[in-house]
Every structure is written in structure tokens, then in C-alpha cells.
Design a protein around this ligand. Structure first.
Ligand code: LMR
Length: 394
């Protein structure tokens, strides 16, 4: 049977990491995969997470299964973090999932189960794994314009025009904050226009929020998702704890479905638990437990928020430094967008050839579409990147 298997193309983001590791040059700079790094290049365990882990080791007395939908303490705490009080809790059904990717996958599976003909509208560009999972599930994808490569900002007119094509029962996938890969985000007026259009068409919004706290702050980054929840009859939310809790390998995420009322919420909840059972049975618990411990303990939570805020401000400072350096070197404001973008990523607007030159001539690794991970920089490497970009003709 295995002889019938065909080679699968490597995931571009993960393959870049491999190429970086194999590069012997000491000056190499990794701006690839979306993993936070300190200026020293370390991905730390956050203080509050470490403290919770220590407590957990002391108090955990069993490794028996939790609930099929995940530990309610985790799902409740995450609903609070993401949705606040935007909707009544009994309208929200939840499952803990292996990472944000698990939540995305389960959301698509739910949609396919309900409406096998549903089309999923995705931003052009989007996180490549969205496309890969949809293709794997055999679901139809429709792109909507999102990024204006001339200005490196959102092409909102193009986006609205393309979303005019949605039909009742279609799904529109949106990034809640810190758009991956561009770093360009909608403002609240634009979110309101999107909501109005989706409601008029009867399409279902699905928000992927993997970087809450990395953009404008924990509350600010949740504004859009809360607005959609409060103003659309139904929605899906895939949230990740990988980045904002720094627990990447623990695979901790959550899928939330907001229903119109508690009765539909209950049925949806049963279906989500069913999907967990079919795909992997019980979701992983260790990371989820750490998250609920951090979120429900006032001291741990305050320390986590403080550390997350330092991470966010550090990335903002790097953005400003890079934009400033490029302004000085290019004598123009054309890189000002880097300081306007939010989150871990910016798409620089370099051509694939320029990206290649940056890798070959300067050992600077970024995704082929010129997405950089801001956290891969530090104050010393920012000027190196800026000079290299000018040298490569960006
Ligand atoms: C990224 O976009 O780099 C991250 O979400 C990591 C991944 O799994 O691709």
C-alpha cells in the first residue's frame, strides 16, 4: 500500500527552519517560523507558566482523563480571556484542542459536517496551513483580496468587493489580530463593515486568533472578536495559547462556537465533543491546566500579563527601530508601514528574488513572500537587516 504514496511538498515555514539550521554562517539571522525569541535568541518559558508548572507538580494527583471537551476550568478561563462578556456564556460551546491548529481543523470539520458544500473565504494571503488543511479536507476555498502590495496595508476596498461574493452558508475566515503573514490589520470601522456585509449575506464568520496580546494589548487585540460575537448571530473562534503563553510544544488551543441561544449552544457543544472523540478523543491537558492556573490566580495572571506586555513592547520597539533605520538609509518613508503593522509578522514587500538574495548574500532567512518574524531581530541585527534590504534592492 505505501508504494502508492506520493511525496508531499514540505511546509514552507518549517522547511525554511531546516535550511537555516543547516547554514554554517555564524552571522545568520532567522526571521522564519512564528516563535517568540528574546534579544538573545532564546524562546523562554514564561515566569508564571514555570511557577504554575511547579505548583502543578506538587498538587496534581492523577493523570486520569479530563472531560472530552477539555477541563472546564480551562475552557471557561479562555472564554473570559478572548470573549470577555461579549455574549452570554451559555451561547458559547467550547472544546480544548491540540494547539490553535487543532481548533482550526475542528472548526473546518464542523462546517463540513453541517454543510459539505460550504465554501471557505480566506484572505489572500493567509497562513499557508489554513489552505493546506482545507485542501486536505476537500473543502472549497475562495480567496478575498486583503493586502495591497504597493502600500503594504490592507486593501479594504478590494476585500469588501470580494466578500460581496459570499453566499448564505459560506464561511469567512478572518484573523482576529496580528494578521499572519502580513501584519496589516483592519480597524474597527472596517470590522463593522465586514460584520454588516456577512450578516446581510448570511455567511458565518470564523476568527483565528493566535496572537492575542502581541499587537495592541490583551484587551485591545480581543476587540474585533468580541465585536463580531456581539453582532453576528453565530461565529467560530479558533484561539491558540502557543504564543501568548509561550507553550508551543504543549499544544494548547480552544475552539469556541457562539450560537444564537443556549439551546443551540447545547447541541453545538455535543457536536464539538463528538468531533474531539472522533479525531483524538481527549485533548491534551498539561498546557491547558497551566493556562487555567495562570488565568485564575491573581498573582500569576498579573505576572503573566506583565511579561507578555514586555514581549509586545519589545517587538514594537524593534518595528520602530527598523522603520527608522530604513527611512534613514532609503531617504524615504516607504517603509513606514513596518511601524504601523502589528504582531509578530510583517510582510516587507520584497520580491522572491530579493528574498533569495537576502538569504544567499546576507544569511537572512525570511519566508519566500517576505514575511519576517520581528522577534527574530534584536537592536543589533535591525541595522544589518535594513542595510541588507537596501542592498538587495527592496
Ligand atoms: C507561523 O506562522 O510561523 C506559526 O504559526 C508557526 C507555524 O506552525 O507555522
Amino acid at each position: 500500500m505505501f508504494e502508492q504514496l506520493k511525496e508531499k511538498p514540505a511546509d514552507k515555514i518549517l522547511a525554511l527552519g531546516q535550511a537555516y539550521r543547516e547554514d554554517p554562517r555564524e552571522t545568520k539571522i532567522d526571521l522564519g517560523v512564528g516563535v517568540y525569541k528574546t534579544p538573545e535568541g532564546v524562546t523562554p518559558i514564561m515566569r508564571a507558566v514555570k511557577a504554575a508548572e511547579k505548583q502543578l507538580w506538587e498538587i496534581e494527583s492523577t493523570k486520569a482523563y479530563t472531560a472530552l471537551a477539555g477541563d472546564p476550568a480551562f475552557t471557561d478561563a479562555m472564554v473570559g480571556l478572548v470573549l470577555g462578556d461579549a455574549v452570554a456564556r451559555d451561547q458559547v460551546s467550547t472544546i480544548a484542542t491540540p494547539g490553535g491548529t487543532g481548533a482550526v481543523r475542528q472548526a473546518f470539520e464542523l462546517v463540513r459536517m453541517v454543510n459539505p458544500g460550504a465554501r471557505v473565504f480566506v484572505s489572500d494571503p493567509t497562513w499557508p496551513n489554513h489552505l493546506s488543511i482545507l485542501a486536505h479536507l476537500g473543502m472549497e476555498v475562495v480567496n478575498y483580496r486583503y493586502f495591497d502590495s504597493a502600500t503594504c496595508a490592507v486593501d479594504f476596498a478590494g476585500m469588501l468587493t470580494d466578500l460581496e461574493g459570499v453566499r448564505a452558508g459560506d464561511v469567512v475566515l478572518l484573523h482576529g489580530c496580528c494578521h499572519n503573514p502580513t501584519g496589516a490589520n483592519l480597524n474597527m470601522t472596517e470590522w463593522a463593515a465586514v460584520v454588516e456585509l456577512l450578516n446581510a449575506k448570511g455567511a458565518l464568520p470564523m476568527i483565528d486568533i493566535a496572537y492575542q496580546g502581541f499587537g495592541d494589548g490583551l484587551e485591545e487585540d480581543a476587540r474585533a472578536v468580541r465585536f463580531v460575537a456581539a453582532n453576528c448571530p453565530e461565529m467560530l473562534i479558533a484561539a491558540s495559547c502557543s504564543k501568548n503563553f509561550g507553550i508551543y510544544r504543549e499544544r494548547t488551543g480552544i475552539l469556541m462556537a457562539v450560537a444564537q441561544d443556549a439551546t443551540l449552544g447545547k447541541i453545538t457543544q455535543g457536536n464539538l465533543a463528538y468531533l474531539n472523540r472522533q479525531n483524538y478523543s481527549f485533548p491534551p491537558d498539561h498546557g491547558a491546566r497551566l493556562v487555567s492556573m495562570v488565568l485564575t490566580d491573581a498573582d500569576l495572571r498579573a505576572d503573566w500579563q506583565a511579561e507578555l506586555e514586555d514581549v509586545r513592547l519589545g517587538m514594537l520597539k524593534l518595528r520602530e527601530q527598523l522603520a527608522g533605520e530604513l527611512q534613514r538609509l532609503s531617504g524615504s518613508d516607504r517603509f513606514g508601514f513596518i511601524a504601523q503593522h502589528r504582531g509578530m509578522f510583517s510582510r516587507l514587500g520584497a520580491t522572491p528574488e530579493q528574498v533569495e538574495r537576502l538569504r544567499e548574500d546576507h544569511a537572512i532567512y525570511m519566508i519566500g513572500d517576505s514575511r519576517i518574524n520581528i522577534a527574530g531581530l534584536n537592536s543589533e541585527t535591525v541595522p544589518i537587516l535594513a542595510r541588507a534590504m537596501i542592498d538587495a534592492g527592496v
